[in-house]
Design a protein around this ligand. Structure first.
Ligand code: HEC
Ligand code: HEC
Length: 448
């Protein structure tokens, strides 16, 4: 008994002594607080400022060592990633992008940190508060007024893809990405870009079979991003090329970065992103909310029926097997968004068509001269909000599939499939010439 009470007293004294080991958490008034309406700031203050600001806001039980050490470490890390007390010094576009990321972290349950919420239930962001921030961020920022034609083609010759430098984490650039198949596309209103997400053969086969949680080793994704460009036709086309990103699956080799090798190459000269290998933390932090889906945001467009609580593929956007061709297995020439009726369209070509497509270099803004035997398919989907990313729209159900079969020069056949079962529409002959002209006239999206 005596021993026990001595132990308890000793433990108590030890804890008291530990309280002296208390490195400080620096605090100062906000120098440039995030620009946002008072009600939005109030929500952030209540739920996020404990960690993401220069204010010191600890509950009494956070002040007790060893809880204090944990809290301090969280605060210092959190400030490095995001500090609302200084964010206001960044350009408006970056502040906006950060608030979009914040909404998505909240929506996907990643922020505030779940272990923090367990002890500070009042910091939870209510659905009403989330809606308040979303309303402030919506509507999507409008695009600059239309400029004639396609974006200025790059004046210089395309970069030789086999000379592109590896990323800082030594991930090699994979120049074969251009021939991969499309898994999905996003229309990003939070930063006015259009993106294509492509998969290599292993990834495409996995997506088709539904075997994607986890994705098999050897799966590779490429995500290509272009600036949105409003055309005189009222449609939003891919403008300047921004970057291509890779994710390469090897669960053992890339264990420390969630099983994936990460890389981003920017601008037409494909410069590796970052200053050193620490750039990877940016990728994994933002992909963290979807760790349950193997860190993958994209819902691939496939017929697969996957038995899981979370929807991980986009079944509604798949095409029926009754069509004369299966364009989703073809390569992509370009895409556009119709902002008036909220649809996304992708132009695919069969191998013969693709041999005429020159997406690289000075000639890239001209429409290709398709040879006989080419078949083009323009698939149009209505859009829906991306369940994984507030600010993105993804394809919903298909509205129409249009084919142009080229038999010889000046001799093309137009076929159009519409309706909920995508059945052939026989009454389109008068429109055909106009649609053929439009489809053949679309320039390929530019690539480095
Ligand atoms: C208990 C401390 C804590 C609270 C409270 C908290 N966060 Fe975080 N947050 C972190 C930490 C730590 C990180 C770094 C993540 C990592 O290292 O995995 C982070 C990262 C982030 C990031 C990623 C930043 C980047 O680009 O690297 C965002 C966005 C974010 N938090 C938003 C929020 C929002 C919004 C709230 C309030 C609703 C919030 N956080 C509340 C600790 C916190
Ligand atoms: C601010 C959040 C954010 C950051 C930072 C980020 N990603 Fe992503 N990533 C996304 C979202 C959202 C998607 C879904 C597609 C889309 O809308 O762009 C995505 C999709 C991808 C995809 C397609 C496969 C998938 O997961 O859907 C690749 C490849 C990718 N990201 C690579 C990277 C790399 C490499 C980095 C770091 C250099 C990175 N990402 C950093 C948000 C982010």
């Amino acid at each position: 008994m005596k021993i026990l009470s001595r132990l308890i007293i000793a433990g108590f004294v030890f804890l008291l002594l530990l309280q002296c080991f208390r490195p400080s958490i620096p605090a100062r008034p906000a120098t440039a607080e995030v620009e946002a309406p008072p009600q939005v700031r109030q929500i952030l203050r209540n739920s996020c400022y404990s960690c993401h600001s220069d204010e010191r806001r600890l509950a009494w039980f956070d002040q007790v060592v060893p809880a204090y050490w944990l809290a301090r470490s969280d605060v210092l890390t959190a400030r490095q990633h995001l500090n609302f007390s200084t964010l206001g010094s960044k350009p408006p576009a970056i502040q906006r992008a950060t608030l979009f990321e914040a909404v998505n972290m909240i929506q996907l349950g990643a922020m505030p940190l779940p272990r923090f919420l367990a002890l500070h239930p009042n910091a939870k962001v209510s659905p009403e508060d989330l809606a308040t921030i979303k309303t402030y961020l919506a509507p999507w920022s409008p695009l600059p007024s239309p400029s004639p034609g396609a974006p200025a083609p790059s004046a210089s010759a395309p970069i030789a893809l086999d000379t592109v430098k590896p990323e800082w984490n030594s991930l090699a650039f994979d120049s074969s990405f251009e021939s991969w198949r499309l898994l999905s596309t996003t229309d990003r209103g939070d930063n006015n870009s259009l993106r294509l997400i492509l998969g290599n053969d292993i990834a495409t086969a996995a997506a088709r079979s539904g075997n994607i949680t986890p994705w098999p080793d050897g799966s590779r994704f490429a995500k290509i991003a272009w600036q949105q460009q409003q055309g005189l036709d009222g449609l939003i086309h891919p403008g300047n090329f921004i970057q291509v990103e890779l994710m390469v699956k090897d669960a053992a080799r890339y264990k420390s970065s969630e099983g994936w090798g990460w890389g981003r190459w920017r601008t037409l000269t494909l410069q590796p992103y970052g200053k050193d290998a620490s750039f990877v933390a940016e990728c994994t932090t933002c992909h963290m909310p979807v760790l349950g889906d193997d860190a993958v945001y994209t819902l691939p467009i496939t017929q697969a029926h996957i038995e899981r609580a979370e929807v991980v593929n986009n079944h509604a956007a798949a095409l029926p097997s009754t069509l004369p061709y299966q364009p989703l297995g073809w390569r992509v020439i370009t895409l556009y968004v119709d902002p008036k009726n909220h649809s996304t369209a992708i132009l695919y070509g069969n191998d013969t068509a693709m041999s005429a497509v020159q997406p690289r270099g000075p000639a890239s803004s001209a429409p290709p001269a398709y040879a006989a035997g080419s078949v083009l398919a323009l698939v149009t989907w209505s859009q829906r909000d991306d369940p994984h990313w507030f600010g993105a729209r993804i394809p919903d159900t298909p509205q129409s599939v249009e084919f142009v079969q080229i038999a010889a020069a000046q001799n093309s056949r137009y076929r159009r499939f519409t309706g909920s079962s995508l059945s052939e529409d026989p009454s389109t002959t008068t429109q055909s010439a106009q649609r053929i002209g439009f489809i053949l006239g679309l320039p390929p999206a530019s690539l480095p």
